[in-house]
Write a protein that binds this ligand. Sequence first.
Ligand SMILES: [Zn+2]
Length: 209
Amino acid sequence: MNHPYPKILEDLMELLRSLPGVGRRSAERMAMSLFSWDAEKLEALARLLAELKKRVGTCSVCGNLADTAEGTPLCPICASPVRDASFLCIVENTPQIRSIEASGSFRGVYHVLGGRLAPLEGKGIESISLDALEKRLESGIFREVILALSPDVEGQATAVFLAGRLARFSLRISRLAQGLPAGSDLSYADPATIAAALSGRTSFDREEK
Ligand SMILES: [Zn+2]
């Protein structure tokens, strides 16, 4: 670069570039936009960033994001008395909970795996929260487990693995109906599509390969 910005702006742009979808030009625009903010607004942003990891944690029950302000983190879904705690929906990550909640068609509770199986990337069963899931199921309060994994190769391979692994529990294991675009990430599916996939869910065929 022929005419670099002052170092602090260059450093800021470099950090912004690590955000998804932000290239050099976008980072430059964002940094200059931030520079145009007044000091008060910039300080408010700085405070939020500094507090982010302290104030947001994972729910001690399901792994969803939760406010850590009041002791043991419990997400609003696990804390709610009106959710049907006998239906457990298994998702890969927390954005998927937001998508399913936006569909308004699920009243049970969730379990966040925190990833999925991807043997080629070295992600085996230790990379998902399987132990915590099995502990929850051992409580015997669940009637049905819905495997809401993304309709791509790794998501479906993870669903097949879980269906086999959880077969020892006496509960219905189901998965979302076909209809979600193949290869897509559930986090970005539209609410109507998710609602249809949930209401049309089918029992998992454990023999399926
Ligand atoms: Zn929770």
